[in-house]
Design a protein around this ligand. Structure first.
Ligand SMILES: [Zn+2]
Length: 341
């Protein structure tokens, strides 16, 4: 009887310890980590493999990533060739975790540049964000059915915020006249955004940042800038801005600001959550294309020259003639004064 009693106590203790160990979730990128954080309870932990500011298209996995994946209970991936390296990482880690593709059910856009290839940037539309969070919610409940109620309550709150965000983005973009709605970025990450909110897109690089831009890409983008009288182009937080800055300089257009596509911004930035990143992008685009932003960088010299002066609008010859008349008038006054007794 004593043995049975001790075994029963040990079983109770081990169950209690097991119940307290949080379930470990790994995501590929920071925006999916934030979505998960909004849905989960304190019975879970979540961590992104690619750090904030990193480029998930060409991330090089570290040994610590393999350890994290190996210890995970659930791995959330975007798929659609976004994080191609993750399949190898998962296989090599020997993890027993459930792997869930959180873009399941999304109406996928094909790549404009590569045939039979999908555009992975589906989260860039808040309407698609709703599908992401539904998939994540279902995966969390499957992992810990006892927390279903709490997870569903979190989901409803977050879902309402995303529905409002989707409506707010649509209303904000509508402030830009349709023919001015041309968004030029470094890489082709805004097709879902453009599709949802009616903005025309043009990027130097394709849907991945792995391929180098060609001269033909620069010619194509330059043509779009000139034909559409584009006033601003946009850099991205995870991509070297050099080429876009050069294009802006050559075409005398402004840098409209920095957008977030493949990563959240850091904690101090205005794009530190999924909701904030989409809203930051929207207001940055609207302000720049409606020319509300202050003149900066390559337009600085134009700004200095634009201070009005009395001689504005005169040719060089006219200025010389004017100066000569002034000198003659001064000389006449001097001669007249000298002649006076
Ligand atoms: Zn991308």
């Amino acid at each position: 009887m004593k043995h049975i009693y001790i075994s029963f106590v040990m079983l109770l203790c081990s169950t209690a310890v097991w119940a307290q160990v949080p379930l470990k979730i790994i995501t590929s990128a920071s925006m999916f980590e934030d979505m998960t954080e909004n849905l989960m309870t304190d019975e879970f932990t979540v961590q992104s493999i690619v750090p904030i500011g990193g480029d998930p298209h060409k991330y090089k996995a570290k040994p610590s990533d393999a350890r994290n994946v190996q210890q995970a209970d659930l791995v959330l991936v975007n798929g659609l060739t976004f994080e191609g390296w993750i399949t190898e990482l998962i296989e090599n880690s020997g993890t027993k975790a459930k792997i869930v593709r959180i873009t399941e059910g999304i109406d996928v856009i094909g790549s404009l540049q590569y045939e039979n290839s999908s555009d992975p940037h589906a989260w860039m539309s808040a309407a698609n964000g709703l599908i992401y969070i539904e998939n994540i919610k279902n995966a969390l409940i499957e992992l810990r059915p006892s927390s279903k109620e709490a997870i569903e309550a979190n989901y409803e709150t977050y879902k309402a915020k995303l529905v409002k965000l989707d409506q707010d983005i649509e209303a904000e973009i509508k402030k830009i006249p349709v023919d001015q709605r041309v968004l030029i970025t470094s890489h082709d990450a805004f097709q879902y955004f453009g599709d949802r909110y009616n903005v025309r897109l043009e990027a130097i690089m394709g849907i991945s940042t792995e391929a180098q831009a060609q001269t033909s890409d620069i010619i194509r983008v330059t043509k779009v800038i000139q034909e559409n009288k584009v006033t601003a182009v946009f850099i991205e937080s995870t991509i070297n801005p050099k080429m876009l800055q050069q294009i802006a300089k050559d075409n005398k257009v402004k840098i409209g600001g920095e957008l977030y596509a493949d990563s959240l911004g850091d904690e101090e930035s205005s794009g530190s959550t999924y909701i904030d990143m989409l809203w930051h992008n929207t207001t940055t685009i609207v302000d720049a294309l409606l020319q509300k932003l202050p003149l900066q960088e390559n337009s600085e010299s134009e700004n200095k020259e634009s201070v009005p002066s009395l001689t504005d609008g005169l040719t060089t010859t006219s200025k010389i003639v004017l100066a000569s008349i002034l000198v003659l008038a001064m000389l006449s006054v001097l001669v007249f004064k000298l002649k006076k007794p």
